[in-house]
Write a protein that binds this ligand. Structure first.
Ligand SMILES: [Zn+2]
Length: 198
């Protein structure tokens, strides 16, 4: 068991579902964070989070945070991951939880602000800029799958026996209700899933 509390950023997608289930096996306590950030797919993501967390009996642990930065890009605002990571750190600091790890499901197929450099820079940032983090780095960011491709991550999830959850996940960026609750099949997230045969 790893020390402390893990806060996986959990959207109900494939990567963050593997991340959350994996954390439950590894940490003393797990509190997944779900962001309402004004995303188009909010309804379907919430539904996925509900179904997955009920199946895994961790539905009472979910922390819902409202951010609502829609700008004019409903699929994802620029610097989204960096901003959400810092909001998670701010939330944890405000609750004074000891030894907290914010877990990210980033993998090597992800783009923009999901690199090792970003993790390192933000870890330095919160060591310096978060009051109680200066002495002993109580809050850390970790991305355990950063060297895995999406396909490798899927294989990893299967090796851990998480495949029963895959059909409950939701990755599509668009509002599935427009397609009778089915993914659109055309957005980047849908294409990524198709590539790995999910
Ligand atoms: Zn889609």
């Amino acid at each position: 068991m790893k020390r402390g509390i893990a806060y996986p950023l959990f959207s109900g997608g494939l990567d963050s579902t593997i991340l959350t289930l994996d954390a439950i096996n590894q940490y003393e306590e797990v509190k997944p964070i779900f962001f309402n950030r004004g995303q188009t797919a909010l309804y379907n993501e919430r539904k996925a989070v509900k179904n997955i967390s009920e199946k895994g009996s961790f539905n009472d642990k979910i922390i819902n945070l409202n951010v609502g930065l829609t700008w004019n890009r409903p699929d994802g605002f620029p610097c989204r991951n960096m901003i959400l990571m810092l909001i998670a750190a701010s939330y944890i600091e405000s609750n004074y939880d000891n030894y907290s790890t914010v877990l990210l499901g980033f993998n090597s197929d992800d783009t923009e602000d999901t690199s090792k450099e970003i993790i390192d820079i933000l870890n330095k940032g919160i060591s310096e800029g978060v009051r109680n983090n200066k002495e002993d780095a109580r809050i850390r960011f970790e991305a355990p799958y950063i060297d895995l491709t999406k396909m490798n991550l899927l294989d990893y999830g299967i090796s851990k026996g998480f495949n029963d959850y895959f059909e409950l996940t939701w990755s599509c960026w668009k509002d599935g209700r427009n397609f009778g609750d089915k993914p659109c099949g055309k957005c980047y997230a849908c294409e990524s899933r198709e590539k790995i045969g999910i």
